[in-house]
Design a protein around this ligand. Structure first.
Ligand SMILES: [Zn+2]
Length: 231
């Protein structure tokens, strides 16, 4: 007889972890690119630092605002959907039973079993059953806009601080290669860690983030060098 085993899935953990890794990733890529672009235009170290710190604050605020708006509007939409469902349930109970049963038929149950499942689930908690199986809303996804905004801004700032600290401790002549090198290293570690914690392939994730980070820095370095030569 085959022993029962409990599979451990990690998708629940991915929500906040993904947001944190994404925030730090954005902070590193945008600030390192900013620093490299300005350094390529032969700016003084103090100007590079001022631009980098301004970039950190601007980026963190933009992440916070974006996350707050996105999570709030998601929550509003879910709330409105659930209100509509609540009305439908009180207006046309028979239709709602058929509707839920039809969903289970579509997922592979035969008609009589689907009806039985729908009836029992609706007797237990009709709104939750419809929210989950008709609307795809489960309460584990309940949105927290302020927390999401703070987490995004905080992780962005941590990411952005890495290239800025590198600028502080690196001689001016070696600034561009050192910032590029350390940032790619940070990105690879972060991408690999995010993948590891989420149970996804590590090397693939690390390569993906370092490719985009390197591309961003190469582009801003090109633009910075061009403007530095022109202006
Ligand atoms: Zn319904």
């Amino acid at each position: 007889m085959r022993a029962l085993h409990i599979e451990r899935h990690r998708t629940e953990r991915i929500g906040w972890l993904r947001a944190a890794v994404l925030g730090a990733n954005d902070g590193i890529v945008s600030t390192a690119s900013l620093v490299v672009g300005i350094a390529a235009a032969h700016a003084a170290r103090s100007d590079i630092l001022v631009a980098g710190v301004a970039g950190l604050v601007a980026g963190a605020m933009s992440m916070a605002a974006g996350e707050y708006v996105s999570v709030s509007s998601q929550a509003d939409t879910e709330q409105a959907d659930i209100e509509r469902e609540r009305k439908e349930l009180s207006n046309d109970d028979k239709y709602e039973h058929e509707e839920l049963a039809a969903i289970y038929v579509k997922r592979g149950l035969d008609a009589s079993l689907a009806k039985q499942v729908a009836d029992q689930l609706m007797a237990h908690d009709a709104l939750t059953a419809h929210a989950r199986d008709e609307l795809g809303i489960s309460d584990t996804l309940s949105a927290r806009p302020v927390q999401a905004a703070l987490a995004s801004a905080g992780t962005f700032a941590v990411g952005a601080a890495m290239p800025l600290l590198t600028v502080l401790v690196t001689p001016k002549t070696a600034l561009i290669p050192v910032v590029v090198g350390t940032s790619i290293l940070f990105l690879a570690i972060l991408g690999g860690f995010g993948a590891y914690a989420g149970g996804a392939p590590v090397t693939k994730a690390a390569l993906r983030v370092t490719f985009w980070g390197a591309l961003a820095m190469a582009l801003t370095a090109g633009v910075g060098a061009l403007f530095g030569a022109v202006v």
